[in-house]
Design a protein around this ligand. Structure first.
Ligand code: CP
Ligand code: NVA
Length: 298
């Protein structure tokens, strides 16, 4: 039987996503609902890029469920010396119960998944960051309830996080207002699948009008370091500040997947202010991924 993978949010049905969000909140509220359901199970985590939250949350989740996790970096495995991804997938998946990959290229994850005998989880690639969306959606539901019919605003780069927001808008049926600098818009194929829910706006102020949740991310993602200077000039006007937040509804929240650069994509006043839920959002990575691991492995 083919294993169930989590490569994009669209690998879940709307009901499965809602089920994961609710299970994540239950695991958070009631630590006793933890079980040793993943006893003796092993998660391999392959990181081509840096991580704080993703690594710690997956590792802790496995320990809380009675299993364990192995951190693998291409630097000290044969992956970094050119062993084909297909061969690596066959070998690694013959020894562990689940594999999480954080890669430069989306293609690496899909190729790995094709040859993997166990579930594969996308821990971020150039196109998507679906695990972060599990936590973001859990955070919205915990603070404000159902997101269906609400308005979310994405300000900044049309990047992996933005693409995953487009996917979340499809599954949970919210409106997504996007403001990106010209030349940094999201992938047109992903936008097209978002359909009528997605709209584009020329300024951050306009995109934030009547919003229930305003979200941003770094201007320069991992792997784009050589573009940093150009990006800084292009993104100058795409910052979340108090004026942008004031355009939203009165109970509008602010989220950022972190790490953040205060003074660039978001001001210190906003990220450290009363509407920001970034610390809950970060903590929810743990609870949401526990629900995901349980779903894929139990
Ligand atoms: N948000 C997020 O994925 O953080 P890390 O890069 O620290 O894992
Ligand atoms: N867009 C960012 C997210 C980091 C969690 C990146 O890819 O670097």
């Amino acid at each position: 039987m083919k294993p169930r993978h989590f490569i994009t949010l669209i690998d879940l049905t709307p009901n499965e996503l809602r089920g994961l969000i609710s299970r994540a909140s239950e695991l958070k509220r009631n630590p006793a609902s933890r079980t040793a359901s993943l006893k003796n199970k092993v998660l391999a985590m392959i990181f081509e890029k840096s991580s704080t939250r993703t690594r710690i949350s997956f590792e802790t989740a496995m320990v809380h469920f009675g299993g364990s996790a192995i951190f693998l970096s291409p630097r000290d495995t044969q992956l970094g010396r050119g062993e084909p991804i297909e061969d690596s997938a066959r070998v690694i998946s013959s020894m562990v119960d689940c594999v999480m990959l954080r890669t430069h290229s989306h293609d690496t994850i899909t190729r790995f998944a094709k040859y993997s005998a166990v579930p594969v989880i996308n821990g971020l690639c150039d196109h998507y960051h679906p695990c972060q969306l599990l936590a973001d959606m859990q955070t919205y539901f915990e603070h404000r309830g159902n997101i269906c019919g609400k308005t979310v605003t994405w300000i900044g780069d049309g990047n992996n996080m933005c693409h995953s927001y487009i996917n979340a808008s499809r599954l949970l049926d919210f409106k997504l207002r996007i403001a990106c600098p010209r030349g940094y818009e999201p992938n047109p194929e992903i936008i097209a699948k978002g359909g009528h829910r997605i709209s584009f706006h020329s300024s951050a102020l306009e995109a934030a009008e009547e919003s229930d949740l305003i979200v941003t991310d770094v201007w320069t993602s991992m792997g784009q370091e050589t573009e940093k200077q150009n990006r800084h000039s292009a993104f100058r006007e795409f910052k979340v500040n108090d004026a942008v937040m004031a355009q939203g509804n009165k109970d509008c929240l602010f989220m950022h997947c972190l790490p953040a650069h205060r003074g660039e994509e978001v001001t210190g006043d906003v990220i450290d202010g009363p509407r920001s839920v970034v610390w809950d959002e970060a903590e929810n990575r743990l609870h949401a991924q526990k629900a995901l691991l349980e779903f894929l492995l139990s």
